[in-house]
Design a protein around this ligand. Structure first.
Ligand code: TYM
Length: 333
């Protein structure tokens, strides 16, 4: 069966970047019905940097609520928490022994996150992409919808699969395709159109959180950084205007219309008006999700039941793939 897998870290609240770059795509794949779809809260990845235990548990459940509120159906998709399926970590160890230090050292996200003080970074932060490869390959997933920032990790996943297959003389792990599609593959900060919108940005006004209420969403868009010029009539007019381009891309993604169609309609308009329209559209699309998340979070036991069922379903796929991997590697069972 062709299989879609993707994951999100419960390392903070969900942002509009996660929603447009990832979750809406997850829902599309599920609704298309052509592939088995598996979506994961990657709590083992989250602890590569320090996490307060109660906050991690809260964020994991809230992420699950976000998936559900956005339209992931736990019957049609497998919704799973990474640490509840031990085969992820078990395969990751094998991949730690397949991946090369040089490959890991070249990962831009490792370089950004560890910075100049790599001596103080956790070993897990360096090994992070090998665990990510294990997440994907423990399901033999064929397609992985992601935002632009995860592209290099998907290339590494293919390198690990290739090296494993080559070293052991097997055709076992597939070469997974990244799927990076649409206008919102890289949603930028509302305060700096050259920086990615991120849940870890210290400035809350730089991002829209899926838990923001309607007033907060509207205020953040109204106060988003822009320049004083009116909107151009076509996309080329956005070339040197990253802040404005970001808002137009967000509008296009939320409305489901292309950038060209949005600009054709709004050409010559003042940014002040456009930001108000964008705020209205965002509130219309996001407010129902945040209220549904709040409703679901009132019953954490139900969320835990959904995750337990997801883990049981996932293990039916992962256990045989791990068993076969151990056999290939020569582990006595
Ligand atoms: P994470 O948790 O940082 O982000 C989850 C997903 O959201 C996308 N994304 C964005 N898309 C557009 N604009 C943005 N500003 C933006 N910010 C985040 C990310 O590209 C991602 O698709 N390493 C992964 C989690 C992971 C994973 C996996 C993903 C672990 N195992 C296996 C796919 C397959 C991460 O940190 O994503």
């Amino acid at each position: 069966t062709p299989r879609v897998f993707s994951g999100i870290q419960p390392s903070g609240g969900l942002t509009l970047g996660n929603y447009l770059g990832a979750i809406t795509k997850f829902v599309d794949w599920q609704d298309r019905g052509t592939h088995e779809t598996i979506y994961c809260m990657v709590d083992l990845h989250a602890i590569t940097v320090p996490q307060e235990p109660a906050t991690l548990a809260h964020n994991t459940r809230e992420l699950c609520a976000g998936f559900l509120a956005a339209g992931i159906d736990p019957e049609r998709s497998i919704l799973v928490n990474q640490s509840q399926v031990p085969e992820h970590a078990q395969l990751a160890w094998i991949f730690n022994c397949v991946a090369r230090m040089g490959w890991m050292n070249r990962m831009t996200q490792w370089k950004d996150k560890a910075g100049k003080n790599a001596e103080k970074a956790s070993l897990g932060l360096l090994a992070y992409p090998a665990l990510m490869a294990a997440d994907i390959l423990i399901y033999h997933a064929t397609h992985v919808p992601i935002g632009d920032d995860q592209k290099q990790h998907l290339e590494l996943t293919r390198d690990i699969a290739t090296k494993f297959n080559h070293d052991y003389g097997v055709e076992f792990f597939p070469l997974t395709e990244p799927v990076i599609e649409g206008v919102a593959t890289r949603v930028m900060s509302l305060k700096d159109g050259t920086k990615k919108m991120s849940k870890s940005d210290p400035v809350d006004a730089s991002r829209i959180n899926l838990t923001d209420d309607a007033d907060t969403i509207a205020r953040k868009f109204r106060k988003a950084k822009t320049d004083p010029d009116p909107l151009p009539g076509e996309a080329a007019g956005l070339d040197d205007r990253p802040d404005v381009r970001n808002l137009v891309n967000i509008y296009a993604a939320l409305s489901g219309h292309g950038v060209d169609a949005v600009l054709a309609e709004k050409a010559g308009g003042q940014l002040g008006h456009f930001k108000q329209d964008l705020a209205d559209l965002a509130v219309e699309k996001l407010a129902p999700i945040s209220s549904e998340m709040a409703r679901l979070m009132a019953d954490p036991a139900e969320i835990d039941r959904i995750l337990a069922r997801g883990a049981a379903r996932a293990r039916k796929i992962t256990a045989p793939i791990l068993a076969r991997t151990y056999e290939i590697v020569g582990m006595v069972r």
